[in-house]
Design a protein around this ligand. Structure first.
Ligand code: 28F
Length: 702
């Protein structure tokens, strides 16, 4: 019986002889052959049972329907190839043999991943002794063994389809294994070996190196993103404390690299997620416990803000659809918070309602990470943890440990629960305000805001709404527009900065409520009206009450002056859309109008210029025609109000001529971080960011 180093017996039943005896004729034999490859023990015919059968799919099935294996062949699927490899290296860490992982981005869309684990076995494969284990793992689906035995190993999102999928979808893939005193090398292309396994130089190191280039016959998009790779590697370093992960970008003209290693694990993760936020207390709250072989770690850090950010993981997978661990966590947090606030600290009077789940999560940054041997992943993208036993395990242990923590840290308990109670009071006030507004608007003929100049068209996909800064520009826009399909909503006052305000104050801001009413699709708020502001990849069960189907305009065009005030108002609006209506941005409905900066005239002809660069090019063109510059009249537009309705239509509103910029979110984490820095309470991080990015400024309007 051949055993690998870890002493696990590997199935040996179907040796060569079984192989020879099996002819592919009879179906049961073909299935036996299939089972043989899958490493299943196959006894005499009679003992044969169906649940041992996994239909053998050649790698050609992977190439025929790649999305079945990696979700898609767009940018997301491309990065899944990397996750498949990285997760195998992280599994070596979980097994206790790997301390370092390195990822290199090379020219020509090539990636290298290196670990210092044991090295993929290169001895004869038990079922195909004429082939090495390495070659079988690289060229046969699910032959990685891990798919079968109940180790922790599941990779992000794909749950261990295996490295052979990467090999099948790569133009070429090279492996170098260091083990048993030598370096071993083999190269594959599209899942087939190009070379035999070659024994190279001697070495006393161990580890695995995999270098590959995705097959652009399969992938529509083959350019890897440093930000996407770095963010996930950072996350893995937080989730696997002490693991050192390096990423290096060696593509032409790039020289970026990052090193991630966190001995504090998820304690450092919640500190990282709370950067730029003022926290209620210094040290994150941390618990870890296990039961029946399943482990759980929880870290919490409360800040003075109103946004909740709870990230839940199962076997390092970011379970963005939540599931049992997150439900257990939330149930316990709500239960303990209510008991403590009411009975221990007397912060809730008998007649006062309980805290809602959202109240207890306001300003909370939390990470829950469970590791279990037989995870069941459910949901649309297989990122919801189904194991119901985990819900009660997390709920019981966390409730107990949190109560103990509150007992030992009464001052912190008081700070947290007082803020929860304030959130509850604000939620009550918001509900009353909304009910009042609803009653009031029920009395009014239409609950559209008075200052909205609506359009005649009924089909939202044909309608546009211009949110215009200032009454004068609003007036010009109303006159200049095409009222068939263009609506105008002029903004008079300052928009409130939603980054620094609770929902009840936000709903008192006329501009915000006018926008909500005009768009007609609602906005995100918690189960009971509390404001759960979602980060883009929010784990919270976003009970957001937004309903995109009710959106009245499929183009929401922010039109502000091209000066510092205009930029500020546009930023405040984008903060609101990002925090309370991020789907609008994700669906591509939000735009920025681009009014002209200059009008240049020479003799009879004139034209509009939209940027300083454009002006320079115009002047150069005229100079080449021999027009020096004093004969050219240049008018600098400071505000939309300087244009008459026809000019505004012609330059900024006419779909045939205008330029509008569609707003998109390239990287959720990054967008969330930037909004917190630029719009949040803390001044220092904002000052720091401005200093670091000042060189990017095109022109400064002081
Ligand atoms: C750069 C990516 O893929 N590292 C890996 C190992 C180590 C073992 C292993 C991998 C098949 C059936 C076990 C070595 N010695 N980095 C990686 N390192 N796979 S992938 O085994 C796969 C076998 O079960 C390994 C003893 N046991 C396991």
């Amino acid at each position: 019986m051949l055993a690998d180093e870890t002493g696990n017996d590997m199935n040996l039943n179907a040796g060569k002889d079984e192989e020879d005896k099996i002819d592919s004729g009879s179906s049961s034999n073909a299935l036996r052959k299939a089972a043989a490859v899958m490493g299943d023990a196959i006894g005499p015919e009679s003992e044969y049972n169906e649940n041992k059968i996994r239909v053998l799919e050649g790698l050609e099935a992977v190439r025929k329907r790649p999305a079945m294996y990696i979700g898609s062949t767009d940018r997301r699927g491309l990065h899944h190839l990397v996750w498949e490899i990285v997760d195998n290296a992280v599994d070596e860490r979980l097994a206790g043999y790997c301390n370092e992982i390195m990822l290199k981005m090379l020219p020509d869309d090539t990636i290298v991943v290196i670990d210092d684990g044991r090295g993929i076995p290169t001895g004869p494969h038990p079922k195909f002794p004429e082939k090495s284990a390495l070659e079988v793992i690289m060229t046969k689906l699910h032959a990685g063994g891990k798919f079968d035995n109940k180790s922790y190993s599941v990779s992000g999102g794909l749950h261990g389809v295996g490295i052979s999928v990467v090999s099948a979808l790569s133009e070429w893939l090279e492996v170098i294994v260091k083990r048993d005193g030598y370096e071993w090398y083999q190269k594959y292309s599209r899942g087939k070996p190009l070379t035999p396994l070659i024994k190279k130089r001697e070495t006393n190191e161990t580890g695995t190196v995999i270098c590959f280039r995705p097959d652009d016959d399969i992938f529509t998009f083959t350019e890897f993103s440093y930000t996407i790779l770095a963010n996930r590697l950072r996350e893995l370093a937080f989730l696997n404390k002490g693991l050192a992960i390096t990423i290096v970008d060696e593509r032409e003209g790039k020289d970026k690299s990052d090193f991630f290693m966190y001995n504090g694990g998820i304690i450092e993760f919640v500190e990282f997620l709370s950067e730029n936020k003022k926290t209620l207390y210094e040290d994150p709250i941390y618990f870890s416990f296990e039961e029946d072989g399943s482990r759980c770690e929880i870290a919490l850090l409360h800040n003075y803000g109103f946004h909740g950010k709870i990230h839940a993981f199962a076997n390092n997978i970011n379970t963005i659809e939540g599931g049992a661990h997150l439900e257990g966590f939330k149930a316990a947090l709500t239960r303990v918070s209510n008991i403590y606030a009411r009975q221990e600290l007397n912060l809730l009077k008998d007649k006062e309602n309980n805290l809602s789940g959202d109240d207890t999560r306001e300003g909370l940054v939390a990470v829950i990470s469970v590791k279990l041997s037989e995870p069941q992943f459910e949901g649309q993208t297989k990122t919801k943890l189904g194991n119901s036993e985990i819900r009660s395990m997390v709920s019981q242990h966390f409730a107990e440990l949190l109560t103990e923590y509150f007992d030992k840290n009464q001052d912190i308990a008081k700070a947290i629960l007082s803020k929860n109670v304030s959130a509850a009071k604000a939620r009550e006030a918001a509900r009353k305000a909304r009910d009042l507004a609803r009653r009031k608007s029920a009395l009014e003929s239409t609950n559209l805001p008075g200052k909205l100049a609506d359009c005649q068209e009924e089909d939202p996909s044909l309608c546009e709404i211009f949110i215009v800064e200032g009454d004068s520009a609003g007036g010009s826009a109303k006159q200049g527009r095409d009222s068939k399909f263009q609506a105008i909503l002029p903004l008079r006052g300052k928009i409130i900065n939603v980054e620094k305000a609770r929902i009840n104050k936000i709903l008192k801001n006329n501009e915000i409520t006018a926008i909500i009413k005009a768009l007609g699709c609602g906005y995100h708020f918690g189960e009971n009206g509390a404001s759960i502001h979602c980060t883009v990849n929010n784990n919270q069960d976003d009970t957001g009450n937004i309903n995109i189907k009710k959106l009245r305009y499929h183009k929401i065009i922010i039109m502000c002056d091209a000066d510092i005030d205009g930029a500020h108002i546009a930023t405040l609006l984008l903060t609101f859309f990002f925090r309370y209506m991020h789907e609008l941005i994700e669906e591509g409905y939000v735009y920025l109008a681009v009014p002209p900066l200059y009008k240049v005239s020479y003799r009879k002809s004139s034209e509009y210029i939209y940027s300083d660069k454009g002006l320079k090019e115009y002047m150069q063109r005229m100079a080449e025609k021999g027009v020096a510059a004093k004969n050219i009249k240049i008018q600098r537009y400071k505000g939309l109000g300087e244009m008459n309705p026809d000019q505004l239509w012609e330059t900024t509103m006419d779909p045939q001529k205008r330029k509008i910029k569609r707003i998109s979110i390239k990287e959720g984490h990054e967008a969330d971080r930037i909004f917190s820095i630029l719009m949040g309470e803390e001044v220092q991080p904002r000052k720091q960011w401005i200093i670091e990015n000042a060189k990017e400024v095109g022109y400064l309007d002081i």
